[in-house]
Design a protein around this ligand. Structure first.
Ligand code: ZN
Length: 183
């Protein structure tokens, strides 16, 4: 097990556009180690997603797992662990909804962000197989948050009302019960 350092907002790698992961490097020891380390790092940090740029690896790879329960986002539908390589998003339904988001690269903060709530994700899995899935609701938000990292974007860029960019403690004190879409 190897837990990597998660870089924080201000580190230039988080603002770079990530490179596609070379298909001929799938399955290499370097690739397998990176995936295993990203998984360990996400678990150790208690996150539900981690993008490679967050561990200073500027490639288009992300891992996501929404556990059955016990996330800091409350009770949300689970999503099993999976690796998303060179993913693209197609918006299937605009109808945006807002969620309170946090980010391991912006520790201690939460922000209210509206995003489209019905998307398709096309990607390669860790075996190089082309896959496609549809996501709605919170899962759609998680994918958009993680894949924004591959474009050099952070959720803070998408906060429209900066009065809804708050510390986690104040979120719990003043905002958690107030907004109907909060999860
Ligand atoms: Zn993030």
């Amino acid at each position: 097990m190897a837990v990597m350092e998660i870089i924080r907002m201000g580190h230039p790698t988080l603002r770079q556009t990530a490179e596609p992961w070379p298909v001929d490097k799938l399955g290499t020891p370097e690739f397998e180690k990176l995936i295993a380390d990203m998984r360990d790092t996400m678990y150790a940090a208690g996150g539900i997603g981690l993008a490679a740029p967050q561990v200073d690896v500027p490639y288009r790879i992300a891992v996501v797992e929404i556990p059955e329960s016990g996330t800091r986002y409350g009770d949300v539908p689970p999503l099993p662990f999976a690796v998303y390589i060179n993913p693209t998003i197609t918006v299937l339904g605009e109808s945006p909804a807002g969620y309170w988001e946090g980010c391991l690269s912006v520790p201690g903060m939460m922000g209210y962000v509206e995003r489209p709530q019905h998307i398709r994700v096309d990607y390669l899995d860790e075996n190089g197989e082309a896959k496609s899935l549809e996501a709605k609701g919170f899962a759609a938000t998680v994918f958009q948050h993680e894949f924004d990292h591959l474009l050099g974007m952070l959720y803070v860029d998408r906060i429209r009302d900066m009065s809804l960019f708050v510390y986690e403690d104040e979120y719990r004190l003043f905002h958690a019960e107030v907004n109907a879409n909060e999860i």
